[in-house]
Write a protein that binds this ligand. Structure first.
Ligand code: UDP
Length: 261
């Protein structure tokens, strides 16, 4: 697949055109940002790990019938994906209260929620991705009621599946962020899951020790982000147990699974 011109550059990814107008190439950068872009860094190897972890999760979701934008992983840092019209909403799904929820409502950190909570944020960096009500989505026509009903059903299935997948490898899925986009299928618009699902977009705690295995290691200056993401990849069976991943050699390991097949 030939890489065309750069179409869009975000905080952690770049989108390039491909030779097929319905498909684009998603490149995972090593850049890390937090607190609405106020904190920035480059963490060597992060993009490679997120590419692999997101590929793993999205292809598993595909197998349970959750349509998503992934076509295939192309190499260490790139995926071929369907070109979607992104819905300008970040859908935050929470199983345990932490992060902005605890600060906003004074809820104790670590409170287990009775049922999953879906929050909506407007995708707008300049405004700091403000929290919105479902009614705002309809008032400003960011998505239709039919689309949001479908998205909510998909979210609950995704959450159930991911809780189970992570629980099986000793990880608690605390919360995560999803994005959805529209594609045209036989002339009809359809909503599918888009973007990435990785330790950059999820909070993942070790089930026993509650050690953070996600981007909070960067947000909270805890260090050892690459070992934590590598641990997630190893537990999911993406990297072999014996792989000794460091920031420097992580790029070499990206082909380990393929070779061993
Ligand atoms: N999240 C994300 N991108 C964002 C905002 C949030 O991926 O722009 C994810 C985040 O990693 C966490 C969940 O959404 O898994 C809930 O984030 P929260 O609102 O608590 O974020 P905070 O403001 O504490 O960073």
């Amino acid at each position: 697949m030939k890489k065309g011109k750069k179409l869009y550059e975000g905080k952690a990814k770049i989108i390039y055109a491909s030779s097929d107008k319905n498909l684009v190439i998603q490149y995972f950068k090593d850049d890390a940002t937090a607190f609405n872009n106020q904190k920035k860094s480059t963490i060597e190897g992060k993009g490679v790990l997120n590419n692999r972890i997101s590929e793993h999760i999205l292809s598993n979701l595909s197998q349970i019938g959750i349509k998503n934008h992934l076509v295939k992983r192309l190499n260490m840092r790139e995926q071929l994906i369907k070109f979607v019209e992104i819905i300008p909403i970040e859908f935050v799904v929470r199983n345990v209260a932490t992060g902005s929820l605890t600060k906003r409502l004074g809820i104790e950190d670590g409170t287990v929620l009775k049922e999953p909570l879906i929050e909506y944020c407007l995708k707008d960096d300049e405004l700091g991705d403000p929290l919105i009500a479902e009614e705002h989505i309809y008032a400003f026509e960011w998505a239709s009621k039919k689309e949001i009903e479908k998205v909510k059903k998909m979210i609950l299935r995704i959450n159930d599946f991911m809780i189970g997948m992570f629980r099986g490898v000793g990880i608690k899925l605390i919360d995560f962020k999803l994005e959805f986009g529209r594609v045209k299928l036989n002339g009809k618009s359809e909503v599918i899951l888009a973007d990435e699902i990785s330790p950059d977009t999820c909070r993942l705690w070790d089930s026993i020790t509650e050690k953070k295995l996600d981007k909070d290691r960067f947000r909270k200056d805890l260090g050892d982000l690459i070992p934590a993401y590598t641990e997630v990849a190893k537990r999911l069976g993406i990297l072999h147990e014996q792989s000794n991943v460091t920031a420097v050699n992580v790029t070499k390991l990206s082909s380990v699974k393929k070779k061993s097949k």
